[in-house]
Ligand binder design. Sequence first.
Ligand SMILES: Cc1cc2nc3c(=O)[nH]c(=O)nc-3n(C[C@H](O)[C@H](O)[C@H](O)COP(=O)(O)O)c2cc1C
Length: 172
Amino acid sequence: MKILVLNGSPRPKGATADMVDAFSSGASDAGHQVAVIPVARKNIHGCLACEYCHNQGQGRCVQQDDMKAIYPEILSADMAVFASPIYYFTLSAQLQAVIHRTYAIDIPGNVKKTALILSSGDKYVYGPAIAQYYQSIVEYWGVENAGIFTANGEQNKSQEKRDELYRFGKSL
Ligand SMILES: Cc1cc2nc3c(=O)[nH]c(=O)nc-3n(C[C@H](O)[C@H](O)[C@H](O)COP(=O)(O)O)c2cc1C
């Protein structure tokens, strides 16, 4: 299976990346092809709502930014994993921009399952991010939710969380 991980944290060695690394190791050890894209380090703008993609572009976005290289990755993935730090109770703006920009391609038909990986400072802060993930990804795309993983406070960068994420990747 081709697995695409979209990491919305701007911190390359942060807590989200730590969970993503453990997940990727497990999934790779299980024989899957894993690609991780650190989207917060890319030049990706918000949707302009110009409707070029739907009117003239035949699914191509008018904006010539780094999203151009991400569209084919999303369209060819069997599984998409959304990873993000919690910022003000929801996903990072950088990951949110990527999700909004899928407006051009609508539902990526090859994706069959998804997962969500979240890191935060506090406990009990995941409601809005999980609600968005369920409504705009799992239900809208019509895919299987393979799992939701969170780490807060001292759980961040812990061996316990690494093991949990590794096991999840390995189980796929
Ligand atoms: C702009 C900003 C907003 C944040 N908002 C929240 C929040 O609402 N709730 C929370 O528990 N932590 C919040 N945090 C803390 C991060 O979620 C936390 O430090 C996380 O582990 C960072 O992950 P990273 O190391 O992958 O970047 C915020 C951090 C930043 C920079």
